[in-house]
Ligand binder design. Structure first.
Ligand code: SF4
Length: 482
C-alpha cells in the first residue's frame, strides 16, 4: 500500500466527524432534505464520507458513500428514500488511510429489540479493552469503527433495561473517551454527549421539528433556532411528546476541545456559550500583544487563519489584507495523494497574490503547525512573490502530544515542535520571526465557556483516561485457520 496523506491547506490536524439529527411532528417537513442541507453546513468537519438514515415509522433506510456530501449523496439516491419523521446524518474525516464503505456512517443495525441507527463524532479511549471483552463473548465486528463498538455495547445491554434511554445512560458507563452521538430508535431521536463533552453537540428547533447538531451553524442554514448546548454527560431524548433530558452522567465539569475554537468549528458557530469567530479574533489580538512586529500587512492562511488575522490587525493597527488564495474546488480524489506529491498538491491548492505581497513586510497568521511542511511552503511562496519580510504567527500553542479524543494528532514523533524550538523552526522555514500563542492566551480565547476545557495536545494534561492498550486492527491480523 502506498503511503497516503490527506491534505488540508494549513497542515492542521483534522476532526473526524460531524453529526446531525431531526425529529419532526410536522408531516410536511422533509427530514431527508433538512438533513442533507445540514450536512453541507457541517462539511468542514469531514469530507471523506457522508450518509443519511431515515426512520419511517420504525423502518430505517440508509444512503451513504465515500466523498463529500455532494459526491456521496446523489439526488437519485435521496429520492429513493421513503419519507420519515426522523432522520440522522453524518460527515466523516477518517484518519485511516483506507476508509472503507463498511465503516461509513450512520451505522444501521437490527437487534433483539428492533432497529437502531447511530452517527458518532469522537474517539473511545478504551476501544482495545471493549473489543477484547466483546469478541471474547462471541461478538463479530465488520469494521473497526467506534460507532460499531458503541452500537454493540448498547445492543448487548438492551435486554437488561426497560427502555432504550435507560440502556444508553448505562452504556455510557462502559464507554471512555470522546463521543457525541445522534441515534434513532424506532420512535425517538436521541442525542448523547460524553461526560467530558470533548466534542460539541447542540439542540435546535424549527416549527414542530427538533434538531441535534455538532454545530449551531447547521441550524442557521436551516432557519432553525438554537435552543441550547447538550451538556457534557447528558442524554437528550426527543419524541412526539417533546424533549426529555437524562443527566445521570453529568459531572458539572467537562473538557471541551479547545482546538474546536482554534480550527475545527466553523466561525459562525457558537459552542458552549462562546462564538468561534470571536474566539479566533481574540486569539489574533492576543498574538499581536504577545508577538508584536512592525509590518505593512496582516494576512491569514485560508480559511481558519482569517479571523485571527483580523484580530491581529485590529490590535496592532497593521492593515488587514489578502496574501493567499485557496482553490476551493479540489475534491477528495485529488486531496489523497502520495506524500511525495504533497508539495505539488499544495501548489494547486494555494497561491500567493503577487500584487498584494510584493515589496511588503507580511504578518501571516496560521491556526497551527503540525509537521512544519506547509508553513515552509507558505514562507517560500510569499518570498517568491516579493515579500520583503515574512513573520509567521500561529494562533495556537505548539503541539507536543497526541490527541486521543477524536482529532487526528496521533504521532508524537511527527510533531515539529518535538524536534525544533520556535527559533529553530523560524530559521528552518526561512521566516523573519515566528510566534505561537501562549497557553494562557489560548485559554483566554474561550473566556465565558460554560464547560471545562481540554488543552492536552499542548500541555500533556489529559483530562480523561488515555488508552492503556494499543488497539489491534482486527482486519490486519492473521486469520485463525483451525
Ligand atoms: S488533546 Fe487537543 S485536540 Fe484533543 S481534545 Fe484535547 S485540545 Fe482537542
Amino acid at each position: 500500500m502506498s503511503e497516503v496523506t490527506k491534505l488540508s491547506i494549513s497542515d492542521s490536524p483534522r476532526d473526524e466527524c460531524g453529526v446531525f439529527g431531526i425529529f419532526s411532528n410536522d408531516p410536511e417537513v422533509d427530514t431527508i432534505q433538512e438533513t442533507y442541507k445540514a450536512l453541507f453546513a457541517l462539511q468542514h468537519r469531514g469530507q471523506e464520507s457522508a450518509g443519511i438514515v431515515v426512520n419511517s415509522g420504525g423502518e430505517m433506510k440508509c444512503v451513504k458513500n465515500l466523498g463529500t456530501v455532494a459526491e456521496a449523496l446523489t439526488a437519485k439516491e435521496l429520492d429513493s428514500l421513503p419519507k420519515g419523521s426522523i432522520a440522522i446524518g453524518h460527515v466523516c474525516y477518517s484518519p485511516d488511510t483506507q476508509l472503507s464503505r463498511v465503516s461509513t456512517q450512520p451505522l444501521m443495525m437490527r437487534y433483539i429489540r428492533g432497529s437502531l441507527a447511530l452517527a458518532q463524532n469522537g474517539a473511545l479511549t478504551n476501544k482495545a479493552q471493549l473489543y477484547k471483552m466483546l469478541e471474547q463473548g462471541g461478538a463479530i465486528f465488520q469494521s473497526t469503527s467506534n460507532a460499531e463498538l458503541i452500537a454493540y455495547v448498547i445492543a448487548s445491554l438492551r435486554l437488561n433495561y426497560a427502555t432504550i434511554e435507560e440502556t444508553i445512560v448505562n452504556a455510557m458507563k462502559e464507554l471512555e473517551g470522546a463521543y457525541s452521538l445522534v441515534l434513532t430508535s424506532p420512535s425517538m431521536l436521541i442525542g448523547v454527549r460524553d461526560p467530558g463533552g470533548f466534542r460539541p453537540l447542540c439542540l435546535g428547533k424549527k416549527g414542530e421539528s427538533y434538531m441535534l447538531s455538532s454545530e449551531s451553524c447547521a441550524f442557521d442554514s436551516l432557519g432553525a433556532e438554537f435552543i441550547r448546548d447538550v451538556e457534557p454527560g447528558e442524554v437528550v431524548v426527543i419524541d412526539e411528546n417533546g424533549v426529555r433530558s437524562f443527566k445521570e452522567n453529568c459531572t458539572g465539569k467537562g473538557s471541551l476541545c479547545l482546538f474546536e475554537y482554534v480550527y475545527v468549528a466553523r466561525p459562525d458557530s457558537v459552542i458552549d456559550g462562546v462564538s468561534v469567530y470571536q474566539a479566533r479574533m481574540e486569539a489574533g489580538r492576543i498574538l499581536a500583544k504577545e508577538h508584536p512586529v512592525e509590518a505593512d500587512m496582516v494576512c491569514g492562511v485560508p480559511d481558519s487563519g482569517l479571523s485571527a488575522a483580523l484580530g491581529y490587525s485590529v490590535e496592532s493597527g497593521i492593515p488587514y489584507g489578502m496574501a493567499l488564495i485557496k482553490n476551493k474546488y479540489i475534491g477528495r480524489t485529488f486531496a489523497n495523494k502520495k506524500l511525495s506529491e504533497r508539495e505539488q498538491v499544495l501548489k494547486v491548492k494555494l497561491n500567493a497574490l503577487n500584487a498584494a505581497v510584493e515589496g511588503k513586510r507580511i504578518v501571516i497568521i496560521d491556526d497551527s503547525i503540525v509537521r512544519g511542511s506547509t508553513c515552509r511552503y507558505i514562507v517560500s511562496l510569499l518570498r517568491q512573490s516579493g515579500a520583503k519580510e515574512v513573520h509567521y504567527m500561529v494562533s495556537s500553542p505548539p503541539f507536543f502530544n497526541p490527541c486521543y479524543y477524536g482529532i487526528d494528532i496521533s504521532d508524537k514523533e511527527s510533531l515539529i515542535s518535538n524536534k525544533m524550538s520556535a527559533d529553530e523552526l523560524c530559521r528552518s522555514i526561512g521566516a523573519d520571526s515566528l510566534g505561537y500563542l501562549s497557553i494562557d492566551g489560548l485559554h483566554s480565547i474561550a473566556k465565558g465557556c460554560k464547560v471545562g476545557l481540554c488543552d492536552a495536545c499542548f500541555t500533556g494534561n489529559y483530562p480523561a483516561k488515555i488508552p492503556t492498550e494499543k488497539f489491534e486492527d482486527r482486519f490486519a491480523r492473521k486469520i485463525d485457520k483451525k
